[in-house]
Design a protein. Structure first.
Length: 485
């Protein structure tokens, strides 16, 4: 989703008054699910298993990015890889959401683990069969095949994350949803910390071959651990007729059934608009300031902000209106993005990343909390999948655009005497002032868009929808039963 798309969506009225009334009439209220005995404990086990899986896929994903940049020194290559990763997430979001809604969540998680393990094994065999020189040759086919297989294995893991979001509704009391979503943010932060340290160390000290071996072994461990977890759930209700394999129409209908929900998905995209820029340029900037091992450690320490941000939400929640909280956080993130590279100081960069990570869990938890409250459980997978598709689409657009622009225009321009004379007073001097200039204006754009969203009718509608939708009487729809392995 581009900046233009966000402005159009926020400024225009998402639904006319009659459409809002019609949607509210047609929608079935989100019926509260009675969590089974020990549901929170089961959720914690599922969360820990997901952390193991996320750590593994992030470990290999970070390592691939580091390895490609160090071998090619190409910002364009890292930008293409990062953009392709987010593009695949966007492309498969609705597919994953449909699968989650139509199958038991446990089986979905097992399927994701098996596919990821298979992809990593194939990548390992390819690494053994081809010399490294062929795998890092951007003009040859093996670079794209090798990177594509790893990306696919990592992307499939996101199906588990959609399933995890629905298990919050299945296993956790409604008044604890925000806190549970904060726990999810903490786990994601732990994954960032671990992978940031060990990805850099693995590439710097062991190389790509042993890094692949570690990822394969860890994925296998996560799969074995998952086989010992039991999730109390019933078989999903079969829909009338023959539903399509990719239920785009059902996903859209589920979103429209809750007036204002589409605006929430667009609001959350604010968090991803500059995400594509970071995907393309954050590692090249960091590797300009630090050796690969040092950059991994610095990024890991900065990522503790993600953990703390998740813990804060797990303890105190998101406030009365999570949508308002999300937009305020977006303003703060834009300011940080504009300022944390304004001088080429490693401490400023590290502190800025830490503060940025601190705020990310609030944005993600806000969206999840609202969806879990206003969308019926049997439709949540498709809604989360559609949201993932929209939000992930923002990053590849900016990544694909900014990587060639940065490498062929802005970075050379800022290295010239004319660029230094024009912008040196703002971003100072150094080897990566072109990247700093991009970060500065991208951050200001995010601030402007978030402030604009506050004044829209869509924001007022969504806030009213959330605050006025109290959970209905619990319905005993899910008895504690032993899930099939």
């Amino acid at each position: 989703m581009s900046e233009v798309g966000i402005i159009v969506a926020c400024v225009s009225e998402e639904l006319s008054g009659s459409e809002v009334e019609e949607a509210a009439t047609e929608s079935s209220p989100s019926q509260a699910i009675t969590p089974p005995p020990g549901g929170m404990r089961t959720f914690v086990h599922v969360l820990v298993n997901t952390m193991i899986a996320n750590v593994t896929t992030s470990f290999l994903w970070f390592a691939l990015t580091f390895w490609v940049y160090l071998e090619t020194r190409s910002v364009l290559a890292t930008g293409i890889i990062g953009g392709a990763y987010m593009l695949l997430i966007a492309a498969f979001g609705i597919v994953f959401g449909t699968i989650v809604d139509r199958h038991k969540k446990y089986r979905v998680m097992v399927l994701a683990s098996v596919v990821t393990l298979g992809a990593f094994v194939v990548a390992g065999l390819l690494y053994l069969a081809q010399p490294e020189s062929a795998l890092v040759d951007l003009g040859g086919p093996w670079f794209w095949v090798f990177s594509g297989i790893i990306l696919f294995g990592s992307v499939v893991e996101h199906m588990r994350n959609i399933a995890l979001s629905t298990t919050v509704t299945l296993l956790v009391p409604v008044d604890r949803h925000a806190n549970a979503n904060g726990m999810v943010g903490t786990v994601q932060g732990l994954a960032f910390v671990v992978t940031s340290v060990f990805s850099g160390l693995a590439i710097g000290l062991l190389g790509m071959g042993w890094t692949l071996a570690i990822a394969i072994a860890a994925t296998l461990i996560a799969l074995v651990h998952l086989l010992f977890i039991r999730i109390p759930e019933q078989k999903p209700v079969v829909e009338d007729g023959r539903p399509p394999a990719v239920d785009l129409r059902g996903s859209i209908a589920a979103v429209r059934a809750a007036p204002g929900l589409f605006a929430l998905i667009l609001f959350t995209t604010l968090n991803n608009l500059i995400g594509g820029i970071y995907i393309a340029l954050m590692d090249p900037y960091g590797l300009t300031l630090f050796p690969v091992e040092g950059w991994g450690v610095v990024f890991a320490v900065a990522s503790t902000g993600f953990i703390i941000g998740g813990l804060v939400i797990a303890k105190w929640g998101l406030g009365r209106n999570p949508i308002r909280t999300m937009l305020l956080v977006a303003v703060a993130m834009g300011l940080l993005g504009a300022l944390f590279t304004i001088r080429e100081w490693w401490l400023l960069y590290a502190a800025g990343i830490w503060l940025y990570m601190l705020l990310i869990p609030a944005v993600e938890a806000s969206e999840q909390t609202v969806i879990q409250k206003v969308v019926p459980f049997e439709r949540q997978g498709r809604v989360f999948g559609l949201a993932q598709a929209f939000e992930a689409a923002a990053a590849p657009i900016t990544a694909f655009l900014i990587a060639p622009i940065a490498e062929f225009w802005i970075i050379p321009y800022m290295n010239s005497a004319g660029g230094q004379t024009t912008w040196g007073w703002l971003v100072g001097e150094g080897d990566a002032r072109g990247i700093a200039l991009i970060f500065f204006f991208s951050g200001l754009a995010l601030v402007a868009l978030a402030l604009l969203a506050f004044g829209t009718r869509a924001y007022r509608l969504l806030s009213k929808q959330f605050l006025g939708n109290e959970p209905s009487e619990p319905a005993d729809r899910h008895e504690p039963v032993r899930a099939e392995g």
